[in-house]
Design a protein around this ligand. Structure first.
Ligand code: ATP
Length: 374
């Protein structure tokens, strides 16, 4: 918990509109900025100077492996923790920093966690009304019912959480977090407890509701596909720092380093050597613009490996072939490679284990990084 001073009484009247809860007015999306946030827990530096601005109404995914600092950043935004140093600003107004600490309940920020945390002894309506304490009873009732109707669950108002499915409970949690019309909504792995079958549908529905409410939204996830599906902008983190940020397509097509590349694709990684802007490796010669001469890692997307009749191109021998529904995954032994090359083949190919094939690699599916980057 914070050891920072709370907002002095005189400042409370100066909070921007997102900080004035209970007006039942329309949600006003806020800009959320992190300015050189450092967070240290004894010997662990969980955040190492993170700066990031999320624009009003934007949906940003914080993406990264376990322990990279995603949740810590979310907790600092919410005001559940104060940063060791650095500032959090909402619409340019400092809410965490050396000078000021605005209490969580006055930030106009909604929170939703993976376990939903619905109160089992309260009805669905009471659960949704829980965060509306600043409103009169009748206003809270109207706001809660409106939020429930937005997620399509108004008919469950008088039920208890245990009578609802996991997906329905997730929607109640969403209704509870949007009912106060927060300017910023923070969601920590909100879909991870749903089974795969319903996850896609609920995710799409949630994003549609978020777009409708217009709230600035930050979603924490470790699933690159989920981030690509929902985010306007993905912020990729590693060990308490931001590695890269951009649209899904930007990061996927132009990862800044091997870490970012690996996060989005299960590449074939092949040792190569760069000379005069070109890299040579056992599967061919490819452009390597901007790279210095020396050892390199050539990353070939499995979908960029084409199988041809033998004899005309690079020779290979099929080690295995697996039918995965939309694609076949084929492993091919290639001279000079110590591991089989993976190919994801869309068109049905008539290849069997042990068969000789020719291989072509699409240059657009090749990325090259300096070996020192590995
Ligand atoms: N209260 C705390 N005390 C000590 N260390 C902490 C505390 N909270 C987080 N950490 C450490 O800070 C680092 C970042 O943790 P954080 O929970 O932010 O990561 P994360 O990316 O959200 O991971 P996950 O996806 O597993 O939730 C980790 O090394 C974690 O062990």
């Amino acid at each position: 918990m914070s050891d920072r001073p709370a907002v002095p009484a005189r400042d409370r009247f100066r909070l921007p509109r997102w900080g004035q809860r209970g007006t039942a007015g329309a949600s006003i999306p806020a800009q959320l900025s992190f300015d050189h946030i450092v967070q240290t827990y004894s010997s662990t530096e969980a955040l190492k100077g993170v700066s990031l601005t999320i624009e009003p109404g934007e949906l940003v995914c914080l993406l990264g492996h376990s322990g990279c600092g995603k949740t810590t950043l979310l907790r600092i935004a919410a005001g559940v923790e104060a940063p060791t140093s650095g500032r959090v600003l909402m619409d340019g107004f400092e809410v965490s920093g050396a000078k000021r600490f605005v209490e969580p309940e006055r930030r106009g920020i909604g929170l939703m966690f993976q376990d939903y945390a619905l109160f089992p002894h309260m009805t669905i309506l009471q659960n949704v009304k829980f965060g509306l304490k600043d409103l009169s009873a009748s206003e809270a009732d109207i706001a809660a019912r409106r939020a429930l109707s937005r997620v399509g669950l108004e008919h469950y108002a008088n039920e208890f959480p245990h009578t609802l499915s996991g997906g329905e409970q997730q929607r109640v949690a969403l209704a509870r977090s949007i009912a106060p019309r927060p300017g910023v909504l923070l969601m920590d792995e909100p879909f991870s407890n749903l089974d795969r079958r319903m996850r896609d549908a609920i995710r799409d529905e949630t994003v549609a509701i978020l777009r409708e409410t217009g709230a600035t939204t930050v979603v924490v996830t470790h699933d690159p596909e989920e981030a690509m599906r929902i985010a306007d902008r993905i912020v990729l983190m590693q060990s308490g720092t931001i590695v890269q940020q951009g649209s899904a397509e930007e990061i996927y097509r132009r990862p800044v380093n091997l870490f970012a590349a690996r996060f989005f694709c299960d590449f074939n990684e092949i040792e190569g050597n760069v000379r005069k802007g070109q890299v040579s490796c056992p599967v061919g010669v490819f452009p390597a613009p901007g790279l210095e001469d020396g050892p390199a890692i050539v990353c070939v997307r499995p979908q960029g490996v084409r199988l041809k009749p033998p004899g005309f191109c690079l020779p290979g021998r099929v080690v295995s072939r697996r039918f995965l529904g939309e694609v076949d995954l084929v492993h091919i032994d290639v001279p000079g490679l110590d591991r089989p090359l993976q190919a994801r083949v869309h068109d049905p190919v008539d290849v069997r284990e042990g068969q000789d094939v020719g291989i072509e690699v699409e240059p657009k599916d090749v990325l090259v990084f300096a070996a020192a980057d590995a």
